[in-house]
Design a protein around this ligand. Structure first.
Ligand code: ADP
Ligand code: MG
Length: 672
């Protein structure tokens, strides 16, 4: 009798569950990253985590005396395992691939790993995880032996070959490969290429990429390069395993291979693909192994990581809003490999012996849950860094050696893992003439860089000034040139205006002094004399104005200074003014006589209204004058006004002054 196992039946969960899972994938790391990547407008096609199961051969040494196999393969995708609750039944599981006892290392590699490698050259991430209980064949699958090399050497061999071909001269992209090798042991991230580094931190950049600052990256151009770095690190780990009683089974070994691509021609794109090859720690249940002391502590830490891995898978499957990636180092590192941006393959290694039964069922159930996780791989492509790199170099070249050292970024010094030199230099050689920064004005370089930063701060994506396609760069350069011309034009205009002012000053030097004395010399060093303005406004009688108009050639009035000097006012002086105005009119006798006569005529013939047009004659005085005239007849002289009742001699004098002197003052002095 057959029974479908839990993992298998969840495949037919129906549309709503599938949609939930897709939403979960979208709200996880993949969703966040996508916005900052090339093709942000398009939703990447889903890529379900692929799950393969590998059953190792029955091993007499691993089994007890009466042990028998409890697992068997059915076809290339499915297997069955005895149901311990009911010995008459078996549990059936179906996966993307099943590899039986007789399958070779090449079968596993070619069937499940090789197909995803091409995505690295598209700038996408990929990961291969070996899962299963200790002794089930994880290390054999991933590393293998010299006679039977596993996934890691095969993948490296192929990848290096692929990058050599794709990055050959004449091909559009220059490719370079680097490797890092780390171990997560008791929740510590240890650099196996630089064991003295200590525990390293795992970070996430603004694009959602997971990275480990300070992790050694070794450039590898050939398989020999890879072996040179990898084998000593692996041996160290093996030595550790012997000393610490199977430490290698208690830690997660992570080999990270990065493929960098730089486009040789415009638009000089850059791509980065990451490949994680992970040999996970044993998934056996610590309670059953009877571990004690350090082994118990180690197992506890391992089980925490693997337990969180299970929770992450469950959260992704159920579409939970929070995926607990951060709850362990392992899941944090795998954030962009599970439910994230990677093409992922999980190889669940199982052993056929009955003594492994419960761990095998547990591993199969985890594998069945994992295959429901949907990733959304995308191309990790940018335009920015590629072209800025040679510019940074050029900037350093423009600086002196000490400044150049100071200008070096902390990253370059910190990691000791420089970028492969071939790609940037070859790229810079292909830059357009506009990019020849060595021959460019340093100020211009600075301006371009600040414009670039400005564009970046305004959220401009993918079109930074120094890495845009040639046509766009030319437009931007033209804008800069236009601004320069505008500045030059304004400078010329300013110079012209200054020259004009100077010319005017030369033509009218006095005007200059009068107009703007304080603009030419400092105020404190100069004593400026300013004539005190007249305090009295002079209003001429209407008749006199008319008279004046009628006699344009009237006698000249002379204003003469007499008596004591006027007090000259100094800007420095704080004393109040002491002197009085001492200007006096000297009027020609004829004009004076003429004025007197006119006033006399007005006094004798004018109505009260006419009289009011004279200075100092109001309504009341005008009526008194008219009344006196009716009683006593016409005035014989102007001084007769004194005889009018209500007009004193003093008032009469004031009247004459205001009306006759006012005429002279109004014509020749005027308010200044
Ligand atoms: P794990 O890493 O999961 O603890 P190992 O890879 O160390 O397990 O395997 C345990 C033992 O089984 C090793 O001696 C290994 O050579 C052997 N073995 C594992 N898988 C196979 C296989 N497919 N064919 C032959 N031997 C295998
Ligand atoms: Mg192992």
């Amino acid at each position: 009798m057959e029974r479908r196992a839990q993992g298998s039946s969840s495949m037919d969960a129906g549309v709503p569950a599938r949609r939930r899972r897709e939403m979960a994938a979208a709200t996880s790391g993949a969703g966040r990253c996508r916005l900052s990547k090339v093709g942000a407008g398009q939703r990447p096609p889903p890529a379900r985590v692929r799950v393969a199961v590998r059953l190792r051969p029955f091993m007499d040494g691993a089994a007890g005396e009466n042990d028998t196999p409890c697992v068997r393969g059915l076809d290339s995708c499915s297997l069955e395992i005895a149901n311990w609750r009911n010995h008459q039944e078996t549990l059936k599981y179906q996966f993307d691939a099943f590899y039986g006892e007789r399958s070779s290392q090449q079968d596993i590699y070619a069937g499940s790993v090789q197909p995803i490698l091409r995505h690295l050259l598209e700038g996408q991430n990929a990961s291969v995880l070996a899962y299963g209980p200790t002794g089930a064949g994880k290390t054999h699958t991933m590393l293998g032996s010299p006679e039977q090399p596993g996934v890691i050497p095969r993948a490296l061999m192929d990848l290096l070959q692929l990058t050599r071909e794709e990055g050959a001269e004449g091909r559009p992209w220059a490719l370079s490969v680097t490797m890092s090798y780390l171990e997560i042991y008791q929740e510590k991230v240890l650099d196996l290429l630089e064991p003295s580094s200590g525990d390293l931190v795992i970070r996430e950049d603004c694009r959602g990429n997971i990275l480990i600052p300070g992790l050694t990256q070794k450039p590898i151009a050939s398989f020999a390069d890879f072996e040179r770095h990898f084998l000593p690190a692996s041996r160290n780990r093996t030595v550790g395993a012997t000393r610490l009683n199977q430490r290698s089974s208690r830690s997660h070994a992570v080999l990270l291979v990065k493929v960098d691509q730089r486009e040789r021609l415009a638009p000089f794109r850059q791509r980065e693909g990451k490949l994680y090859l992970i040999d996970l720690a044993g998934s056996e249940d610590n309670r059953r192994t009877g571990n004690k002391g350090l082994r118990l502590k180690e197992s506890g830490a391992i089980n925490t990581s693997l337990f969180v891995l299970g929770k992450v898978v469950d959260a992704l499957n159920q579409g939970l809003p929070r995926v607990p990636y951060r709850d362990s180092k392992l899941t944090r590192l795998l954030q962009d490999s599970l439910g994230g941006s990677a093409h992922s393959i999980l190889i669940a290694n199982i052993a056929p012996e009955r003594c492994f039964y419960l761990d095998t069922v547990s591993a199969l159930n985890f594998a069945a849950r994992s295959k429901e996780v949907i990733n959304r791989p995308f191309t990790n492509e940018s335009l920015q860094l590629h072209v800025l790199a040679p510019i940074k170099l050029s900037k350093k070249e423009l600086l002196g050696p000490s400044e150049a050292k100071r200008a070096r970024g902390p990253e370059e010094e910190e990691t000791g893992s420089p970028e492969p030199p071939a790609a940037p230099s070859s790229a810079s050689q292909k830059l357009s003439p506009l990019q020849k920064l060595n021959s460019m004005d340093p100020a211009m370089v600075e301006r371009l860089l600040s414009l670039d930063r400005l564009l970046g701060s305004q959220g401009s994506q993918g079109t930074p000034l120094l890495s845009t396609p040639r046509r766009e760069r030319m437009v931007l350069m033209k804008t800069v040139e236009a601004k320069d011309l505008e500045i030059e034009r304004l400078k010329m205009k300013q110079k012209e205006l200054e020259a004009k002012v100077l010319a005017q000053e030369a033509a009218h030097p006095k005007e200059k002094e009068n107009c703007s004395p304080t603009m030419l010399r400092p105020l404190a060093r100069r004593t400026v004399t300013v004539a005190k303005p007249l305090k009295k406004a002079v209003v001429m009688p209407l008749q006199l104005i008319q008279e004046q108009a009628a006699y344009p050639n009237a006698e000249i009035h002379i204003l003469k200074k007499k008596g004591r000097k006027r007090k000259l006012e100094s800007l420095d002086a704080s004393e109040p003014e002491k002197g009085e105005d001492c200007w006096e009119l000297q009027i020609s006798p004829e004009l004076l006589a003429h004025g007197r006569q006119k006033i006399l005529d007005l006094l004798n013939e004018g109505s009260a209204r006419d009289l009011r047009s004279l200075q100092r004659i109001g309504q009341k005085k005008a009526q008194l004058i008219v009344g006196w005239r009716e009683l006593h007849g016409p005035f014989s002289q102007v001084e007769d006004l004194e005889r009018v009742e209500g007009i004193s001699g003093k008032q009469m004098e004031s009247f004459l002054k205001a009306n006759i002197l006012g005429l002279a003052a109004g014509q020749h002095c005027g308010p200044s």
